[in-house]
Write a protein that binds this ligand. Sequence first.
Ligand SMILES: *Cc1c(COP(=O)(O)O)cnc(C)c1O
Length: 350
Amino acid sequence: MGTGVLKRYKDLLPITPSTPIFSLGEGETPLITAPRLAEKIGCKELYFKFEGCNPTGSFKDRGMVVAVAKAMEEGSKRIICASTGNTSASAAAYGAYCGLESWVVVPKGNIAMGKLAQALMYGTRVIAIEGNFDEALSIVRALVKSSPITLVNSVNPYRIEGQKTAAFEIVDELGKAPDMLCIPVGNAGNITAYWRGFVQYCKLGKSGSTPMMLGFEAAGAAPIVEGRVIESPQTVASAIRIGNPASWQGAVQARDESGGIIDSVTDEEILESYHTLASDVGVFGEPASAASLAGLFKLARGGTMDLSSKSVVCVVTGMGLKDPDTALKTRADIIETPAELEAVRNALGL
Ligand SMILES: *Cc1c(COP(=O)(O)O)cnc(C)c1O
């Protein structure tokens, strides 16, 4: 046991005697039960795996700690990534901890304010391109071919390895795998990682089954659902605004091997679940994170699957505070009054 995924899951990660072991406190995130919402949806048990509780506020930290540890082991001095925001925050933090130089390439004007603030505060060099995430990723992939820099996007296999630990934690806590796992899909690294984690745990005899994997893309950025690359993906959920996922095959494999689905949810559905998650469960995720609950609602509405005997885990991938703009734009009902008791009493309808 101990703090951090490197220590806790040492035997299940690609760690050698020369891999440095360190942690910013990633992993061991809460699995929150939501009985009232479970009843509303009509499933037996509902849990939210709140990955916003990681040190930089997203699940990216699980994979980043492994990727950066391996970069250190290999003697690398610099790391680079393309990012819709959270990967850059995570790379910057772990890079800072290890004294590595870090560079991030982001789509200009399209990254949430909190994420940009994180990357800048951790002391990374931020390059904003006049293009989207997919273009940023192809640029950094080309850069690392000709320069000695470690790429820490999820095409780095250590990222996926580290992210598997979230699946381990769910099984460790529930004592078995849930029947279904709902997860947002952007670059598709995370759904790939969870599936590998569940399969590995099953093979090790730590769970008797694997869950049905239910992945959800945003409707304006749904390459896997539509079966084609989306040239200019659009969605309010910036963390999954991706038109050509690097782990496309991994996602398809997770879907097919688990008997699951990959579907899409509209921005309207995402925002509705974003609000429901915060106001009915007390979990403030970022917009992309709400795609998992939006997908579960869609599935329940569709009525094609009997959920009444199912335990469901929805992954809440990142923290809502990262994107205060979307919160304040969609919830503006502040009542202003003079600083007088009567005025406040009236405003409260007392
Ligand atoms: C990265 C990210 C996703 C998408 O994960 P992929 O592995 O790219 O599919 C979803 N939500 C948040 C908050 C993220 O940071």
